[in-house]
Design a protein around this ligand. Structure first.
Ligand code: 5GP
Ligand code: MN
Length: 335
């Protein structure tokens, strides 16, 4: 990796839509590493759309450019970039228009990711550091920085810990291998404040967000007991009642899994149609426990994919249509 990065003058780091802790952490850790280690004329982090306010505190977050807010400035950065570093996704569709613009630039592209790849990948990456066995993209960034014998500074460690903590469900999921705890120990030794990181990400609900969570669980959760399945749907009108902000549904899909007999959980959230797109977008999240894949269902029925136990997808249409499709297909895909 060093050889490619050394040559680049204008680097753009990209991560996926509605960035989660791992997307933010891996992109920002790379940002700090590249800035500290190499002498570029410019390094920018671009995210496709707004990130949740509970990531504002992250070192470097204030320098992030949001494509939807500044498309012209971002288009110039992407067109002039001589190196792209993409973290925590592998399908350019997951970064929307920024992905099309990136693919139009023949500059080298480095991928740092831990998702399974689609079949259409056909050599778009100059260097591919994908590892589906890794807990997080942050784990791979950590390996790359260590392999380069470059220091894990406090800002880098803080960003990496954020992604490691969020993508492992606080070190609970099966992806939390011994290496994950070894990495966490090294980050602690680098001087991070893990309580501050936890508190900054998880204890930042607005009153509206907390009430939305209550409403969703009390009024909007349906259980399909014979399939150990829960479904929560939230319409754009309902979200408006709670002044929905990016990130307000983060973690909600996991909550029904706390019910003893629920092993699968699905959340459907309606987004208002954007200008030029007549139909609303229904954003769908899938979660499961144990040896119960949801990624095939997400992929074959809802144009998405992801990990075995955590996937996403979408449908352009009405919420009722998404629910109908869900009810027509769950028996086929769930055990
Ligand atoms: P979330 O439900 O948190 O939005 O997404 C959970 C996981 O599903 C993500 O970490 C990602 O691996 C995967 N995922 C979400 N949306 C998509 C999508 O549209 N396409 C693919 N291939 N994977 C997705
Ligand atoms: Mn991730």
């Amino acid at each position: 990796m060093k050889e490619i990065v050394e040559k680049a003058k204008k680097i753009v780091i990209l991560t996926h839509m509605a960035p989660d802790g791992d997307a933010m952490g891996s992109a920002l850790a790379m940002y700090h590493y590249v800035m500290d280690r190499f002498s570029q004329s410019s390094v920018h982090v671009i995210v496709p759309n707004a990130f949740a306010a509970f990531f504002n505190w992250m070192p470097g977050a204030d320098a992030i450019k949001v494509y939807e807010k500044e498309p012209d400035a971002c288009n110039v950065l992407i067109a002039e970039a001589d190196l792209f570093i993409c973290t925590d996704f592998n399908d350019p569709k997951r970064i929307s228009t920024a992905g099309e613009k990136m693919m139009a630039n023949p500059a080298p592209k480095i991928l740092i990711d831990h998702h399974l790849k689609g079949t259409e990948d056909n050599g778009r990456w100059t260097k591919d550091y994908s590892d589906p066995a890794a807990s997080s993209a942050c784990e791979i960034v950590y390996r790359l920085i260590n392999n380069d014998q470059s220091p894990i500074t406090n800002p880098i460690a803080t960003c990496l810990y954020t992604g490691l903590m969020t993508d492992t469900g606080n070190f609970a999921y099966s992806s939390s291998r011994p290496e994950v705890f070894e990495m966490a120990a090294a980050l602690l030794r680098a001087g991070i404040d893990k309580e501050y990181i936890f508190h900054s990400v998880f204890d930042q609900f607005s009153i509206d967000r907390m009430r939305l969570t209550g409403f969703a669980l009390y009024r909007k959760m349906r259980i399909y007991p014979e399939h150990h399945l829960a479904l929560i749907t939230l319409s754009a009108d309902e979200l408006d009642q709670f002044h929905y902000q990016p990130g307000d549904c983060e973690g909600l899909v996991n909550m029904p899994l706390q019910i003893g007999e629920v092993f699968y959980s699905v959340l459907m959230r309606e987004e208002r149609p954007k200008p030029g797109t007549p139909k609303p977008r229904i954003r769908i999240s899938f979660r499961s426990q144990g040896d119960r894949p949801v990624n095939i269902w997400a992929n074959e029925v809802f144009h998405g994919g992801g990990h075995m136990n955590a996937s996403g997808g979408e449908l352009f249409g009405q919420l009722a249509q998404a629910v109908r499709l869900f009810e027509q297909t769950y028996k086929k895909y769930l055990k």
